[in-house]
Design a protein around this ligand. Structure first.
Ligand code: ATP
Ligand code: LTN
Length: 333
């Protein structure tokens, strides 16, 4: 029997899971989990989120809430390996090894490092620079073939590929060199208040993002307030980023193309259009929120799933580390 192809991805428990994360990441994961030929591994990368300051109690609560949201979206723990990154110590171990095969120059050239250093100028810590190497460790620990990510993470994936290839070049075929999977339909959702920048988990303006667990009134209110333009016709144009974003959201929530969304909405005025967009979002998010509310109070259940996931992850990661330690010349314990 041929081994299953491994798919790996993760989200940091920072801020709140947004409609952008759902459309750009989680909805693709839901599709990928359907195949019998793949093993999907989805983590909550809490170690990555420590690269910016976190309140410990908040981080703990948020990590569990994110886990509940993964489950509420329909990610199935019987099909996927779902776990919390810090529960599998091999991530930190492999990160150290890979650090020794990464050049300071290449890490400091990463766009995200430069952007986050500028944004958090008072806390440019080593972890910020090490972020993509820890991400490479996440991926390489599991012999991952495919990594579903948003376009913003493409540079980090390239770096993981470079590190894997460099290591293999020295020690023989140890790591699978992963491919990125950036679905072309996986639209990028933009901020409702500034449609030229992406909807972001950690945006402090709560009107800019739709949270996965927003109630229906909040969803409707935020869409009603979404920035558009002084025109009154609904059509696709780069000059109309607000309308384009609402059409993107409408298309994603109805599972249709952007062009079909434009056709469906072109005769509407802005008021009617916004109501139609809000209805589509509510249709998708309401059942997720209801499942979330059922799950989130049941900490025992969440922890049971997380523990089982970590055990399964660990059994793969442990084997990779044994091989890596042997290759680099560490004495076996
Ligand atoms: P932060 O604001 O904390 O940087 P983020 O919202 O950018 O977070 P990430 O944790 O960086 O979220 O990303 C998780 C996944 O969701 C990634 O695959 C990313 O590409 C995807 N994603 C994030 N924001 C959007 C968006 N607005 N539209 C589509 N996909 C997105
Ligand atoms: N940096 C990623 C999150 C992430 C990730 C990973 C994604 C951490 N480790 C491994 C895929 C595979 C992001 O999307 N911001």
């Amino acid at each position: 029997m041929e081994a299953k192809k491994i798919i790996y991805s993760g989200i940091q428990p920072s801020g709140v899971i947004t409609l952008g994360n759902y459309v750009g990441a989680i909805s693709n994961w839901l599709e990928l989990q359907k195949s019998e030929d793949t093993q999907c591994i989805y983590s909550i990368v809490d170690m990555h989120s420590l690269t910016v300051r976190q309140d410990p109690a908040e981080l703990r609560k948020r990590t569990l809430s994110f886990f509940a949201q993964y489950l509420a979206c329909g990610l199935d723990p019987d099909k996927n390996i779902m776990y919390i990154q810090s529960h599998v110590s091999e991530h930190a171990e492999l990160c150290w090894i890979l650090n020794c095969f990464t050049y300071v120059g290449e890490a400091s050239r990463m766009t995200q490092f430069k952007e986050k250093s500028a944004k958090h100028a008072d806390n440019v810590n080593m972890g910020l620079m090490d972020y993509p190497i820890l991400m490479a460790a996440d991926i390489l620990l599991y012999n991952t073939s495919l990594v579903p990510i948003g376009i913003d993470q493409k540079q980090h994936l390239e770096m993981a590929r470079d590190i894997a290839a460099r290591f293999n070049n020295i020690y023989g075929d140890v790591f699978t060199v992963p491919e990125g999977y950036i679905p072309t339909t996986g639209a990028k959702v933009m901020s409702l208040q500034d449609p030229t920048s992406k909807m972001s988990k950690s945006d402090p303006d709560e009107n800019a993002t739709i949270m996965l667990i927003d109630d229906n009134d909040a969803i409707r209110r935020k869409i009603k307030r979404a920035v558009t333009d002084s025109d009154s016709r609904v059509y696709l144009s780069d000059e109309k980023p607000g309308i384009k974003n609402l059409l993107t959201i409408y298309a994603s929530c109805n599972g249709i193309s952007l062009e079909d969304a434009e056709k469906a909405c072109t005769d509407m005025n802005y008021g009617t259009f916004k109501t139609a967009v809000a209805d589509s979002v509510v249709n998708v998010l309401e059942p997720i929120r209801n499942r979330y509310l059922d799950i989130v109070g049941d900490k025992e259940y969440i922890m049971k799933v997380a523990r089982e996931g970590a055990e399964r992850a660990k059994s793969i990661a442990f084997r990779t580390m044994r091989k890596v330690y042997k290759k680099v010349g560490f004495v076996e314990r």
